[in-house]
Write a protein that binds this ligand. Structure first.
Ligand code: 5GP
Length: 200
């Protein structure tokens, strides 16, 4: 059986990567990796679905045991992708999606070069700021800070394999699905395809 492919959805915060991933999971064609985090659960979040919520000690133990594909610290909390379930899904021929921040994405590329990195962009910094204002969770100063951080992150885009501009959600999801389809039509590892013709 052909191995599944690992797709990493990353990019600046506020670009809508979480929403895109939710739509992708709804297609039923992907396994979503559940991350481990030391941050406290928010209301409505479920253990083992949103995250595996662990203590700092448990997280460090998992690092020491080599249990993460990647891990990072964000705003004082730790986040990591447990390696075993991802490898299990790939072995079973399922495509896996990781929705992680950019530091983690570059670690994945280092540890698993076959991974496909997709950078999700907001249509403009102006729209990003409008979206953040719409959430109403940040001050104007924090919004400006996020916008300038976003620009710095966009400059790192060449480390990614593809980009998708999240202007209209359906179009962005469709772009990601096109990337997935293209990756499945690559000629690398096509021994099985050749064999199929040889056996005719
Ligand atoms: P939140 O705390 O809002 O759920 O997530 C904060 C950030 O952590 C988001 O940008 C999300 O993409 C990122 N994140 C979630 N899980 C992981 C993970 O396993 N590894 C890394 N590197 N980032 C993660």
């Amino acid at each position: 059986m052909q191995q599944g492919k690992l797709f990493v959805i990353s990019g600046p915060s506020g670009a809508g990567k979480g929403t895109i991933c939710r739509e992708l999971i709804e297609t039923g064609d992907f396994a979503l990796s559940v991350s481990m985090t030391t941050r406290a659960p928010r209301s409505g979040e479920t253990e083992g679905v949103s995250y595996f919520f662990v203590t700092e000690d448990e997280f460090v133990r998992c690092i020491e045991e080599g249990g993460f594909l990647e891990h990072a610290q964000i705003y004082g909390n730790r986040y990591g992708t447990p390696k075993a379930p991802v490898l299990r899904e790939l072995e079973a021929g399922r495509d896996v999606i990781l929705e992680i921040e950019m530091d983690g994405a570059s670690q994945v590329k280092k540890n698993w070069p076959q991974a496909v990195l997709i950078f999700i962009l907001p249509p403009s910094l102006k729209v990003l700021k409008e979206r953040l204002r719409g959430r109403g969770t940040e001050t104007e100063e924090q919004i400006e800070l996020r916008s300038s951080r976003c620009l710095k992150e966009i400059r790192l885009i060449s480390g990614y394999d593809y980009y998708v501009i999240n202007d209209e959600l359906d179009a962005a999801v469709s772009d990601v699905l096109s990337i997935v389809r293209s990756e499945h039509l690559r000629t690398e590892g096509c021994e099985e395809l050749i064999r199929k013709y040889e056996e005719e």
